[in-house]
Design a protein around this ligand. Sequence first.
Ligand code: HEM
Length: 211
Amino acid sequence: MLKKNSLYLLLIITFSFIIYVIYYNFVHDPQAASFLGHKTNLKRPLQIPVWLNVMYVHVMFACLAMGSGIVNFSSYVFNRFRKFHKVNGYIYIVSLIIVVITSGYMAPYATGGKLASIPFNLLNILWPAMTFIALYHIKKRNMIRHRNWMFRSYAFCFTNLFIHLITFISHNAFGITYETSYIYGVYGSFTLLLVLPSLILARKKSLFDKF
Ligand code: HEM
């Protein structure tokens, strides 16, 4: 599992982001007025109350996936509470499935139109697929492959963080329109989160404790 320093760093990032996402979407702007304000030229009419409820479910289960996922990278939890690791792993998988189902509803209305909805839909297939590969490996008792695929899967919990980071830089630092910046954000985040974990796994062998 993850070495202490990497785990603590990831824990701080994850829980800070969870608190920010909950505060922003349920307290600061619960009607998502700022985000929805960027949706122009939609090909189909958006049912805002339905979209909002789907988004709330999406956010709650995304936070649950982020929280349950990170805990399962702890050696302490893994070595002492094996049963919890298993149950928590299934909580991660169920949460992830709810995130992709809700994403499937929201993708056709994505900011940036079809160009942005394509990578979202690809992710709706790839993310569960990677996670089920990880599940397959643990059923075959291959711990290292299970851990590595879960690491690749968990990276996608940072999709929203990366999208907003890239959009923010593109829009504010380079003055590119919000819609185009958002498309860059979606493609950038998708590519980085697909490639970075495998690069890290290949180069940083010391990232994990030995089993
Ligand atoms: C796990 C961490 C995630 C969090 C915290 C999260 C959070 C959010 C939030 C707050 C929104 C509302 C708009 C915004 O403020 O961005 C949103 C929209 C959306 N999310 Fe996620 N999300 C996550 C992961 C994902 C993943 C992995 C996918 C794809 C499989 C996805 C697909 C979508 C889609 C399609 C939208 C609508 C975008 C739009 O209308 O332009 N999300 N997400």
